[in-house]
Design a binder for this molecule. Structure first.
Ligand code: NAD
Ligand code: MN
Length: 342
């Protein structure tokens, strides 16, 4: 079997702690993973004047997948000459157009039960083309939606729905903005015709926000434009215990970058107490993307076992540090027979 080439980018802050922890867990899988470390982020920018050095970009391009930790964007970064946030730069340069954010109930206090849904967020357009202008007391932002980008994200969502419970919610605001979000809606519904086994329906974003809070169990896959997806996916994470457990993927035609949703947590960085669970679940998503679904499920189960039985990290009310939690997950992973994980 051919080895998978994996780039590991710890990045800033607690990224330096949670990514090496994930590397330990990945080594435990016994899969043929060829892992290399690379640099990016704010610290890298301060050292070499670029948040993503060319060498890192080349490594990521040549890899089957990349696992990233977190990247600091100092506030007011727009004013730091030449600085561009590492993850936004990578998403754009590599055209990682699909942002996948799964939300699943976890066995911790504060998580709603029986939730299992997936946000598929368009990652390149909408208001995030960052074309803003200011004329005195008037400010204008462009919102770009194309048929091509809407179609390719809808197809990703439809394929994900096929492997799940075959339901797809297309989220929009076409009643108020029929040309932009309307084009997205129309294109997604058109693409759905080629997937008759997927039950596709549309829902207006504000109604979707309320339904996500009151009845999240009714959702399977959701697809939407960039800004709506950004906001709703954080809301979704909040239903099951917060950002500390939320994984995500940025997927393009040729490669993909996987990252926990949380940031670099400067308040706890360097203390060895960060919760690596989100990064473990992110590593599991990466293995699933590589075609190693059974091992991915086994990691997911191992994390749930430790979340339920302890020891838990401080953010979840426990006393374990990063290393103790990692040891426990590795132990749980070992004791789950591969077939039990399915
Ligand atoms: P944050 O996610 O870094 O931290 C928010 C709070 O959650 C903090 O109290 C932190 O200690 C805690 N926390 C986060 N992850 C944790 C973990 N794994 N274990 C235990 N506690 C955890 O968000 P922030 O404070 O708003 O941002 C800090 C920096 O991270 C900023 O520079 C921001 O730009 C950056 N950021 C990066 C990303 C990313 O790389 N995708 C995402 C969000 C924020
Ligand atoms: Mn966000």
């Amino acid at each position: 079997r051919r080895a998978y080439t994996i780039t590991l980018i710890p990045g800033d802050g607690i990224g330096q702690e949670v990514v090496p922890a994930a590397e330990r867990l990945l080594r435990e899988t016994g899969l043929p993973l060829e892992m290399h470390y690379a640099e990016a982020g704010w610290d890298t920018f301060q050292k070499v004047g670029k948040s993503v050095p060319d060498e890192t970009l080349e490594r990521v391009k040549a890899s089957d997948a990349t696992l990233a930790g977190a990247f600091t964007s100092p506030s007011g970064s727009q004013k730091v000459p030449g600085f561009q946030g590492a993850i936004r730069y990578l998403r754009r340069t590599l055209d990682l157009f699909a942002n996948l954010r799964p939300t699943k109930s976890r066995p911790i206090p504060g998580s709603m039960k029986n939730v299992d849904m997936l946000m598929v967020r368009e990652n390149t357009q909408g208001l995030y083309v960052e074309q803003e202008r200011r004329y005195g007391d008037v400010a204008i932002a462009d919102c770009v939606i194309t048929k091509g980008a809407s179609e390719r994200i809808a197809k990703v969502a439809l394929k994900e729905a096929q492997r799940r419970r075959r339901k797809l919610a297309v989220i929009h605001k076409a009643n108020v903005l029929p040309l932009t979000t309307g084009l997205f809606l129309e294109t997604a519904l058109e693409a759905a015709k080629a997937f008759p086994e997927v039950e596709t329906y549309d829902i207006i974003v504000d109604a979707a926000a309320m339904k996500l809070v009151r009845d999240p169990q009714s959702f399977d896959v959701l697809v939407t434009t960039n800004l709506f997806g950004d906001i709703l996916s954080d809301l979704m994470a909040g239903l099951v215990g917060g950002l500390g457990l939320a994984p995500s993927a940025n997927i393009g035609e040729r490669t993909a970058i996987f990252e926990p949703v949380h940031g670099s947590a400067p308040d706890i960085a360097g203390k060895g107490v960060a919760n690596p669970a989100a990064t473990f679940l992110t590593a599991a998503m990466m293995l699933d993307y590589l075609g190693e679904a059974a091992t991915a499920k086994r990691i997911d189960r191992a994390v749930d076992t430790v979340l339920e039985e302890g020891p838990r990290t401080a953010d979840l009310g426990g006393k374990a540090d990063t290393e103790e939690f990692t040891d426990a997950v590795i132990e749980a992973f070992r004791s789950l027979a591969p077939h039990e994980a399915a």
